[in-house]
Design a protein around this ligand. Structure first.
Ligand SMILES: *Cc1c(COP(=O)(O)O)cnc(C)c1O
Length: 400
């Protein structure tokens, strides 16, 4: 199965659960997407920017030192950490930026949690000369001063949201409110394969560059597809992107790795929406959601900001339901160990998000024969996390 039905459903998940005022803007977006995706000119512009601006194709690197330690299968990294701005998110924001321009929109809005999607959107705003406003919860603004600075440096305006829990879900509500009032002139850039139809489908299409490249690279290097593909799952865009290259290949096992935080014992300690969620509606789509008995969205926790999200893209919920992909979890502590190990053994500092995928790949590789191939999506680089750990260490030293 490749793509939702005409109403935007992947099996029982997806759809369009939005207020009346947003139905028309979503239809307009859907029509524009249909036109753009059928237009070779749109794709040649997109591909040109991926090559010259983002720096693609990203390399495929065999992590032999890591594999030797795991005593099992070969481990191969798809190096999304090498992208301009340091993660896969730019693939999506470049694509949506071009859509915004094609639709004649004059202004871009986005919501951001930790600020990574905000920075990727601000980057594209600067590139295309479009004003960007990013909604961000006040709590997150305090915690993520580096990304707030970067967004402003790139010319974006950061709109601080003081309502509710002052985090991502409140920022999302404000962004929806803005869009409902200004849809004629505004393009809303969503940061993962989440939200109302057609967002999950169009974000997947932009991210699928990862899987398409990896498939060709594996063919050239190994003469075949990998046996296993592993990616971390926040909203699910880097995972859907790499899965897209192999999903029609029934022999390739697909693994999504969720943030286990401090463990799945109770709500609030983790962000494993598939592992521990129930069916609900979040950000305009029916999907698996971490919620309490009253249907209130639960607080989440992960050491990695990018995985700290109480829902998951509807296509992942469907892949979990059908069994085409399997979803597992890695705790904060396990991710931290793999973060340090990849740095030490391969000279690559991964994003903490990506370290979740690496941790599971190490565990999996240890159970497999030496000629098996495990492909891992290294979704981003870890400078942002290294800065945080360095500041925490300095603070500890200062109080000691
Ligand atoms: C944002 C982010 C993620 C999580 O987002 P997905 O949509 O699940 O891919 C994972 N890795 C990195 C490096 C990120 O910045």
């Amino acid at each position: 199965m490749n793509g939702p039905d005409e109403r935007g459903y992947y099996g029982e998940f997806g759809g369009r659960f939005v207020p009346e005022v947003l139905v028309e803007p979503l239809r307009e977006l859907e029509a524009a997407v249909t036109g753009a995706f059928a237009d070779d000119g749109f794709w040649s512009e997109y591909k040109r920017l991926l090559r010259d601006y983002v720096g693609r194709p990203s390399p495929l690197f065999e992590a032999k030192n890591l594999a030797r330690r795991s005593r099992g299968a070969r481990i191969v990294l798809k190096r999304e950490d090498c992208n301009h701005t340091g993660a896969h998110k730019i693939l999506n924001t470049v694509g949506q930026g071009l859509l915004a321009r094609r639709m004649g929109k004059r202004r871009i809005i986005a919501e951001t949690g930790a600020g990574q999607h905000g920075v990727a959107t601000a980057t594209v705003g600067a590139l295309l000369g479009m004003p960007v406003e990013v909604y961000m919860g006040a709590e997150d603004v305090e915690r993520q001063s580096l990304n707030v600075y970067l967004m402003e440096l790139l010319g974006a305006r950061v709109r601080v949201v003081e309502s509710g829990s002052r985090t991502l879900k409140d920022a999302t509500n404000e962004a929806f409110r803005d869009w409902a009032a200004t849809a004629c002139e505004t393009f809303y850039v969503i940061g993962s394969v989440v939200g109302a139809h057609p967002y999950p489908m169009l974000v997947r299409r932009f991210a699928s560059t990862i899987g398409e490249e990896a498939r060709v690279q594996c063919r050239q290097r190994f003469g075949r597809s990998p046996d296993h593909v592993v990616a971390c799952v926040g909203g699910g865009s880097n995972a859907m992107g790499i899965f897209a290259g192999f999903i029609d290949d029934a022999q390739v096992r697909l693994w999504g790795v969720e943030a286990g935080g401090h463990g799945l014992e109770r709500l609030g300690l983790h962000a494993a929406s598939i592992g521990a969620g129930t069916v609900g509606v979040l950000h305009g789509a029916r999907t698996l959601v971490l919620q309490d008995a009253d249907g209130q969205i639960a607080p989440t926790h992960s050491i990695s900001a990018g995985l700290d999200y109480p829902g998951v893209g509807p296509e992942h919920a469907h892949l979990a339901r059908t069994g085409r992909a399997r979803y597992v979890m890695i705790t904060d502590d396990e991710a931290r160990v793999s973060f340090e190990r990849l740095a030490r053994l391969e000279g690559i500092v991964p994003a903490l998000e990506s370290a979740h995928a690496v941790a599971f790949a190490e565990r999996l590789a240890g159970t497999l024969p030496a000629d098996a191939i495990v492909l891992v999506n290294l979704s981003g680089r870890g400078d942002k996390d290294a800065v945080r750990f360095a500041l925490a260490r300095a603070a500890t030293a200062a109080t000691a």
